[in-house]
Design a protein around this ligand. Structure first.
Ligand SMILES: [Zn+2]
Ligand SMILES: [Zn+2]
Length: 247
């Protein structure tokens, strides 16, 4: 399974990073985890073809994680003339939230006569689902966003990748990341109280319990970015836009 980090930033572009988006390739299929507002920009920079993406899986309904669906739709219709179906899987009410965003930003954009089918499915917490070549299990976490937020465990080609989405520390992450080859963890703060997010302190305290082989810190805010030199554990990597890893 190949990972390309399209966007490793927080909601505010801290460090000049793009918003949340991870491109996965396995079994000849391509999938996105999250689609922040800048997803199409990031894919264009990296030479990734949005038309090859068959499924987009959304962790939670904050704009820096799902708003890019609006531009994904417009790009597919007006630029590439996509014909392949596109499946979006996310928290309940994702279809309504997507339609509201699309209509606010580009009126009538949900009414255009598309040449491709776009379907929406909702996560069932704790229930694994086979999506293209990927087996995906959503675990409900804690991060107020108008609908349940999820960490996502993705299995393909005998490998496991877990993505925390946005959340404060909750023990269900131990289950979601158990024996993962790579655990992508949001790390918004360094050591101050993280509020609805995690800090490096939360993650460091739980590294041994997590049991993931490698941990990739992402979604770092200004405070965390100014302390990355303090992260010296050999299991821990720092995400950046354009990073490619073989899982
Ligand atoms: Zn976020
Ligand atoms: Zn969020």
């Amino acid at each position: 399974m190949k990972l390309t980090v399209v966007g490793s930033g927080d909601a505010f572009g801290s460090g000049g990073r793009l918003q949340s988006c991870y491109h996965l390739e396995a079994e000849g299929r391509e999938l996105l985890l999250d689609c922040g507002a800048t997803a199409i920009i990031g894919m264009q920079r990296l030479g990734l073809d949005p038309d090859r993406v068959s499924t987009i899986v959304i962790s939670h309904l904050h704009g820096d994680h799902f708003a890019g669906l609006v531009w994904f739709l417009l790009h597919a219709h007006y630029v590439t003339g996509r014909t392949a179906p596109l499946r979006v899987v996310g928290p309940e009410s994702i279809e309504e939230r997507f339609a509201a965003a699309a209509e606010a930003l580009f009126p009538q954009s949900t009414k255009i006569d598309r040449r491709f089918e776009m379907t929406f499915d909702t996560h069932l917490g704790g229930v694994a689902r086979q999506i293209d070549g990927f087996r995906i299990t959503p675990f409900e976490v804690s991060h107020p966003s108008g609908a349940p937020p999820y960490a996502l465990r993705v299995e393909a080609e005998g490998k496991v990748l877990t993505f925390s989405g946005d959340t404060k520390w909750v023990d269900v992450l131990l289950e979601a990341a158990a024996d993962a080859d790579l655990y992508i963890s949001e790390c918004y703060g360094y050591d101050a109280e993280g509020g609805h997010h995690m800090t490096w302190r939360d993650i460091a305290q739980n590294l041994d319990r997590l049991g993931a082989r490698r941990v990739l810190l992402t979604h770092m805010g200004r405070g965390m970015l100014s302390h990355v030199s303090q992260v010296t554990d050999p299991r821990v990597l720092l995400a950046e836009d354009g990073l490619r890893l073989e899982i």
